[in-house]
Ligand binder design. Structure first.
Ligand SMILES: Nc1nc2c(ncn2[C@@H]2O[C@H](COP(=O)(O)OP(=O)(O)OP(=O)(O)O)[C@@H](O)[C@H]2O)c(=O)[nH]1
Ligand SMILES: [Mg+2]
Length: 300
């Protein structure tokens, strides 16, 4: 399956919530106030959010200029408006060696799985990837990452449970540097962005890593469960205060009808979505592309 088919498949539930509903209420005609109001309800129900919904519908209304349009035209325009509200992720370039990506997020968001998927993605492009098991907090977290490392065919740096996460990161960077790895992926413990002591642990990890090089980590990605929808805004603020964020990974889009919230997340955070998760397997993480996303969302 190509990336577009995967995203199309992954967004099935959201697309049903959005386009099927739209198709049920609009066949052909003018976009009267009444039609716009019904469309508004449908978009809001898909967790697209007030502002975004308003912008999409205003755009569509302007395009129609009082003319009769059909359903396909409406969905095409909606997809185009949605696309314009999204940012493309910057092209992934591993311009440092090792290139270091730190993964942060609340408990169960999908950090560890995303680390494994991104490792797999780069291994299949011939890169040498190392994982750092910096979730020393949750029992079983290290062996979980170990299993993923084996599946993805990559090496892992780990200490024992309860060890200092910052020192694992420090050692992992030293190992990656001396052994010529292209990419170092740092898995961290899930934590609530409102817990000061846990956020301090994250700040410490970044501080210690920067003893090697002040440019580290090259990227910090916030992993968000797609079911959280727009309620993820406080997470972005909380984690961003501990480690400047470069982008988002939105996971579990396959299991939610809230896939439309991605548009709002990207806009409100003013941060690009880098990857989207559409399943539990190693291949189920897709580099985000706004065109495919918008088309998969509106089924046009
Ligand atoms: N369907 C689906 N499941 C996912 C996706 N990403 C992660 N999961 C599942 O979500 C659960 C939690 O994933 P983890 O990667 O362990 O999450 P985590 O953020 O590392 O969790 P903690 O380390 O406990 O904070 C697992 O059962 C994963 O298989 C996805 O894109 N789609
Ligand atoms: Mg984890």
């Amino acid at each position: 399956m190509g990336f577009f088919d995967k995203i199309l498949h992954g967004l099935t539930r959201t697309r049903q919530a959005v386009s099927r509903e739209i198709q049920a209420v609009f066949g052909k005609g003018k976009l009267t106030d009444e039609v716009i109001e019904t469309l508004e309800e449908k978009l809001l129900a898909a967790d697209i959010g007030w502002d975004t919904t308003h912008l999409i519908l205003e755009g569509v209304r302007k395009r129609a200029r009082g003319q009769e349009i059909d359903q396909k035209q409406l969905l095409d325009w909606m997809a185009e408006e949605a696309k314009d509200l999204l940012q493309d992720a910057p092209k992934l370039s591993l311009d440092a060696k090792p290139y270091v990506i730190l993964f942060v997020g609340v408990n169960g968001a999908g950090k560890t799985t995303s680390v494994a998927k991104i490792a797999h993605h780069h291994v299949s492009q011939g890169k040498k990837v190392l994982l750092a098991a910096c979730d020393t907090f949750r029992a079983g977290a290290i062996s979980q990452l170990d299993v993923w490392a084996q599946r993805a065919g990559v090496e892992i740096i780990k200490h024992q449970d309860g060890a200092d996460a910052a020192s694992v990161a420090y050692d992992a960077y030293a190992a990656a540097k001396s052994r010529g790895y292209d990419l170092l992926l740092i898995d961290t413990a899930g934590r609530l962005h409102t817990k000061d002591n846990l956020m301090e642990e994250l700040r410490k990890l970044v501080r210690v890593l920067r003893k090697h090089d002040p440019a580290l980590p090259h990227e910090t990605l916030l992993v968000i469960d797609g079911n959280t929808g727009q309620n993820a805004l406080p997470q972005f603020k909380g984690f961003g205060a501990a480690a400047p964020l470069n982008g988002l990974i939105v996971t579990k889009l396959d299991g939610t009808a809230k896939g439309g919230s991605v548009i709002t997340l990207s806009r409100e955070f003013n941060a690009p979505i880098r990857w989207v998760g559409v399943g539990e397997g190693l291949d189920d993480l897709i580099p985000f592309d706004r065109e495919s996303y918008a088309r998969a969302l509106f089924g046009s």
